[in-house]
Design a protein around this ligand. Structure first.
Ligand code: ADP
Ligand code: 5GP
Length: 214
């Protein structure tokens, strides 16, 4: 091939959904992956829950009121939204579609209801159909999940019990996902996530027509 025949490879970014029960280690694994892949972006969701200590508005979430959340639903700004553990959470179209169109890879840490909505949405959305993948992060055991939630100590006892109750039904949905990663040893789970991302980078369907040299 002569150099003059080469054209710039044009490709969509990857949209990688990461779900799993609260306390399974999604944020920890995603943050470690970001250290390995600094250019990786996060979809920042909107939520009506209050900030935990150490969180910052616009970094972990956009923390908004229920009225603001309803206005975003009315203006069709979410590609999915759901009530999770008693609070509302939603994924902004601009955080995902706009970014993958720019070629940016985006991680979405969202619950199983949201993941199923986006999976369905992707069936009729040409862009998402090409760049979406779903990864389920499971705990090594239910006992370990409870221990992690209690050790994190960010929720009240009632909130912990609700998250553990919801975990049972969330765990049943793992077969809806493209990949299952058990977060036992953190390093190994991060390595496995990186391997999934690497495989997705090889996916030909993310390339546009002019993405090859023909
Ligand atoms: P999630 O985002 O799924 O709710 P977090 O990332 O907040 O979960 O992790 C819950 C707790 O478990 C945190 O205290 C975190 O430090 C701890 N944790 C995460 N991964 C592991 C692991 N592989 N082994 C032990 N503890 C872990
Ligand atoms: P937390 O309050 O612990 O940050 O998150 C609680 C749950 O909400 C987690 O399972 C997380 O994945 C989920 N979540 C966060 N953002 C979104 C979102 O935009 N949509 C949905 N459906 N779930 C979300």
């Amino acid at each position: 091939m002569r150099n003059s025949q080469k054209s710039k490879i044009e490709k969509l970014g990857v949209a990688m959904i990461v779900s799993g029960p609260s306390g399974t280690g999604k944020s920890t694994v995603c943050n470690e992956l970001k250290k390995l892949v600094p250019e990786l972006g996060f979809s920042i969701s909107c939520t009506t829950r209050t900030l935990r200590s150490g969180e910052e508005n616009g970094r972990e979430y956009y923390f908004i009121s229920k009225d603001e959340f309803n206005a975003k639903i009315a203006n069709n700004m979410f590609i999915e939204w759901a009530e999770v553990h008693g609070h509302f959470y939603g994924t902004l179209r601009s955080e995902v579609i706009d970014k993958v169109l720019e070629g940016e890879d985006v991680l979405l840490d969202i619950d199983v209801q949201g993941a199923m909505q986006i999976k369905k949405y992707a069936e009729s959305d040409e862009i998402l159909a090409k760049c979406l993948e779903l990864v389920f992060i499971g705990p090594p055991s239910f006992e370990e999940l409870e221990l992690r939630l209690r050790t994190r100590a960010t929720e009240t006892e009632d909130a912990i019990l609700l998250r553990l109750k919801n975990a049972k039904s969330e765990l049943e949905l793992w077969q809806e996902y493209g990949y299952l990663i058990i977060n036992n040893e953190l390093d190994k789970a991060v390595e496995e996530m990186k391997a999934v991302l690497d495989v997705m980078h090889k996916s030909a369907k993310r390339l546009t027509q002019s993405g090859f040299f023909v």
